[in-house]
Design a protein around this ligand. Structure first.
Ligand code: ATP
Ligand code: MG
Length: 935
């Protein structure tokens, strides 16, 4: 045997680098670290639970809770049910937390960092303590105050059930997350699962009335076991021992709810929940082991422009100037120059810097810069990262939302006014923000429509758009969808050209471009630069910030505005042919080494003017510049351009926007209509989900609508209305959030560009939902109405349809409104979700209004879903005089137990219309009032 000298780890025979114990330890440590870093979400959830349990304990307050009849018992069942539902919903955040970690997991699994079980196990076990805390918080706060059985053993038994429900629910949603692997898919699965287990959880519909084809669902709903266990625990207690019809009151309450009244059902429930926890976590581990990443993440639109030849030579001035000059000239525009003298910009001192002992209360970001941009001259704005280039551009273009601006900015000699300036300028922002669901041509048409003067007729507008598309070479992409960056649609470079084109179709005289070539390869950068050059040659004023340009690109510029860190200029002047002027200026400064042959002058210039060089040479380049001839010439130029030329007038437009309010509304609606039509992941999925739920409810509550002989049957029918209204409402409100969030970023840019005011945009967003929601409600109502078998009279059907339509519409607007008042869709989802629990408990089904303590009754009236449930139930059943087995009429029972009056119907209808208008209006108002963009 030869004696090998190599290290034992050089050629490993093991699959993983560590043994099982160490693998597990590493994964556990990581999970704990992640939880610590992510502690905000756990604290927030705990806080949410605290608020909800506080509401629960004041709502089901013990002095208001009696133990005389089975109806009293029903309220206790409601309190128990709500507790279980809240604990179940609480686990839903596992979906997004699981999915967020999946990409990293898949990569590490495939590189054999660790096997899937050692990832799955900590993901479950490490979070168990959280369940202990959450369940304890709920039980401790609510148990005695609501007045459940004071026996301490029963207290702990209830705690145990809630603990297991919590574990079950987080296991379920972890599994769904790992199975769905994508937010939209997993959320849809998650909603289905929730709907199923809640509807079949034994509270909404009683066991005896579950159709035989749904019994499997009943027996596999973990909530059914939890409910059975928790009611047995409560109602077999001492307080419910009062005799009733040969048995006890407690037992009657249990059996009338369709549960089993034997004491051992508590332990069956515990065993079942434990089983669910094990199985669900096993399924989680299995999906982690078997499944891979979901689909491909990037699919670009056709690279139809691959054959375009890029001629760099055409970019340099002179060569083709006469030919390109003709381009983009069909609409006249006035050339304008822009001068700025001693412009300063400061912001309030950031908190972090104050903590480091900075005493000033303002931070100066621009220390008095001056310059002039002239028509037909392409100016490069350069400087190291953080020099203040974007800041200067934002200040000049009027896009800053905060801070203090000083100094003199003039347009063709007249002081700059933002309203008129917005009409003659364009700003291509560094990040390309566009509506994803419209085509390139539509984006341009839309921008042109809103920004060109009113006297431009449709024909001219269209040919102008064609002209611009020619100019920026977008013709091959005319009908391509824009899509979302990094997901689908246009590539980065195509998107950049679209950004430029969107500004060009506004026919601006002055254009700012922030880093139009960053992130592009040399070929794409060349295409973009040729576009820019073409634009300047039409006689417009163009300023570009640019990073690391190649020699060719750099020499396409006429002038350079070079800044250094701290917001000061150190060279403002011509570049010259082959950069000769620039090179001469710097080489003339003492101590600066000559440029080597063939070296990129842009790179050289940045190198020799770096702050390290300043230190080495002991000079200040800004000072040198301010003592140069160049500086004096620039000042003279600024002075010359700062007085209006004789015979010219200041910019004047009769209205702030180029189009009238009505036209703005129409154009916005036109775009929204396309956006919605082309967004099947939103509209079609929502529609399919609704249809599916309709069929599910239809089969689940088959023919219940016509049965009204006993209270139980009536409660089942009302339960079906309750569950459907609640789930569809939540689904609509949460589905709309990401859509509005994406559109809002586009809205910020478009409003800043002066395309429209906020109201037409909001108006279009609100209006475009109506046909979709109507189709959704119509299909849902027809299916459900027919299958559940409600009373077939036209009036009743239309009432049903009306309430369904209004409730879906106002909940959609509610979802929009939550986006409008929060900075992003994630926060909106959290805020919206905290109200779903409230909407649920105060809807009048879990606890009917007459049973709500007076101090909470106002909230019943302030709860939109309570109105919908009221309207739906009373329009269906409120006029029946049939007698129930108890001797009461249907009408009388509804009035006594639920507090529903049939004469109230017109008022309820009015409130529904009011709610729709209210949420729609708040959305519009907040979109207008709040700007979460910080720059
Ligand atoms: N609102 C603000 N509050 C505090 N500091 C700010 C603010 N805006 C910008 N700054 C600071 O001002 C400096 C200039 O920022 P700016 O974004 O203009 O640089 P830039 O030249 O565009 O850099 P880059 O090339 O990286 O885009 C940076 O140091 C930045 O941190
Ligand atoms: Mg920048």
């Amino acid at each position: 045997m030869t004696n090998t000298k190599s290290h034992p780890a050089a050629l490993t025979t093991e699959k993983y680098g560590l043994n099982k114990k160490e693998l597990l330890k590493a994964c556990v440590d990581r999970e704990i670290l992640l939880m610590k870093r992510n502690s905000f979400i756990y604290i927030f959830k705990l806080f949410q639970l605290l608020v909800l349990s506080f509401i629960t304990l004041t709502l089901f307050f013990r002095t208001e809770m009696h133990r005389r009849t089975t109806e009293d018992g029903g309220i206790y069942v409601g309190a128990l049910f709500f507790g279980i539902i809240m604990i179940t919903f609480n686990g839903m955040s596992e979906i997004s937390m699981t999915i967020a970690k999946l990409p990293v997991y898949y990569k590490q699994r495939d590189y054999l960092f660790y096997p899937s079980w050692s990832y799955a196990l900590p993901a479950w076990v490490v979070k168990i303590p959280i369940s202990f805390i959450e369940a304890a918080l709920w039980t401790i706060l609510t148990y005695y105050v609501v007045g459940f059985d004071p026996n301490i053993a029963r207290f702990f038994k209830q705690y145990l059930i809630l603990l297991l429900v919590n574990q079950m629910s987080s296991g379920l949603f972890r599994f769904i997350g790992a199975l769905g692997r994508n937010m939209i898919v997993a959320n849809t699965f998650g909603s289905f699962a929730l709907l199923l287990i809640v509807a079949l959880g034994g509270f909404v519909i009683v066991r005896e009335d579950v159709k035989k084809w749904w019994l499997w669902g009943y027996w596999s709903s973990p909530l059914m076991y939890a409910m059975n266990g928790i009611v047995v625990n409560e109602f077999l207690g001492h307080q419910w021992k009062a005799p009733l019809n040969g048995t006890t009151l407690g037992k009657t309450i249990i059996t009338s709810g369709g549960f089993y009244a034997e004491a051992y059902w508590y332990w069956i429930s515990i065993a079942a929940l434990l089983g669910f926890i094990l199985v669900l976590n096993l399924c989680f581990a299995l999906s982690l082991a078997i499944l891979g990443p979901f689909g491909k993440s990037q699919s670009n639109a056709a690279h139809a422009d691959n054959d375009t030849e890029v001629e760099l030579s055409a970019m340099t001035t002179g060569d083709d100037a006469t030919q390109t000059k003709k381009k983009g000239m069909i609409l006249p525009f006035e050339p304008h120059s822009m001068t700025f003298n001693d412009v300063k910009y400061s912001v309030d001192m950031p908190q972090e810097m104050k903590e480091q002992g900075v005493s000033e209360d303002r931070l100066l970001l621009l220390k008095g810069v001056s310059g002039a941009f002239r028509p037909g001259v392409l100016t490069a704005l350069m400087g190291v990262s953080g020099a203040g280039k974007t800041t200067l551009m934002d200040v000049l273009a009027g896009r800053k939302t905060g801070g203090y601006i000083e100094g003199d900015v003039r347009i063709s000699g007249y002081p700059k006014k933002q309203e008129t300036f917005a009409r003659i300028s364009g700003y291509c922002e560094q990040n390309d923000i566009h509506s994803p669901q419209v085509t390139v041509y539509e984006s341009l048409l839309y921008s042109a429509w809103l920004r060109l003067a009113t006297d431009v007729d449709e024909q001219t507008r269209k040919s102008f758009v064609d002209e611009v598309m020619d100019l920026v070479e977008l013709n091959p992409l005319r009908d391509a969808l824009v899509g979302l960056p990094g997901v689908n649609g246009l590539s980065t470079e195509q998107r950049k050209r679209l950004t430029i084109a969107v500004e060009l179709v506004a026919n601006p005289s002055i254009i700012f471009m922030d880093e139009p070539t960053s992130g592009l390869d040399a070929r794409a950068a060349a295409i973009v630069m040729r576009t820019v050059r073409n634009t300047v040659d039409t006689g417009r004023t163009v300023v570009c910030t640019i990073h690391q340009p190649s020699i060719d690109i750099f020499e396409a510029f006429d002038e350079l505005f070079l800044m250094k860190r701290g917001g000061q200029e150190l060279y403002v002047g011509p570049v010259g042919r082959h950069s000769c002027e620039l090179i001469k200026y710097f080489e003339d400064i003492n101590g600066i080494s000559k440029i080597k042959d063939g070296y990129n002058p842009a790179t050289w210039m940045l190198e020799v003017s770096a702050s390290a060089q300043e230190m080495a040479l002991g000079v200040d380049f800004t000072e040198i510049y301010q003592n140069s001839d160049l500086y004096r010439r620039n000042k003279a130029l600024i002075a010359e351009l700062s007085v209006p030329r004789p015979g010219t007038n200041d910019l004047y437009f009769p209205t702030q926007y180029s189009q009238s309010f009505l036209v703005q509304c129409m154009v916005c609606l036109w775009k929204q209509r396309w956006s919605y039509w082309r967004n099947p992941p939103y509209t079609a999925v929502r529609f399919a989900f609704t249809t599916f739920i309709a069929v599910m409810f239809g089969t689940m509550f088959w023919d219940l609508g016509s049965k009204k002989n006993t209270q139980r049957e009536l409660t089942n029918a009302i339960g079906s209305i309750y569950a459907a209204t609640l789930f569809l409402a939540i689904q609509n409100a949460s589905a709309v959030q990401p859509v509005v969030d994406i559109e809002r970023t586009v809205f910020y840019r478009e409003r800043a560009a002066g395309m429209y005011s906020a109201l037409p945009y909001a108006f279009a967003q609100v209006l475009v939902e109506i046909p979709y929601v109507f189709a959704q409600s119509a299909v849902y109502s027809i299916i459900v109405y027919a299958m559940i078998g409600f009373d077939w009279t036209a009036a009743k059907f239309f009432w049903y349809l009306f309430f369904q339509f209004c409730s879906l519409l106002y909940m959609t607007y509610y979802g929009m409104m939550t986006v409008a008042i929060t900075p992003n869709a994630n926060i909106a989802a959290i805020i919206a979700a905290s109200f779903y629990g409230l909407f649920n408990v105060f809807s009048g089904f879990i606890i009917p209004r007459p049973r709500i303590p007076v101090w909470w009754r106002w909230y019943y009236w302030g709860n939109p879903l309570a109105w919908t449930l009221y309207g739906m139930v009373v329009s269906q059943f409120g006029d029946f005089d049939d007698r129930l087995t108890s001797g009461e009429t249907v009408k009388g029972y509804l009035r006594r137990y639920f507090g529903y009056k049939h004469d109230f119907l017109p008022a309820i209808a009015g409130v529904h219309i009011g709610l729709v208008l209210f949420f729609g209006f708040i959305f519009a108002y907040c979109i207008r009032a709040f700007n979460f963009q910080k720059r």
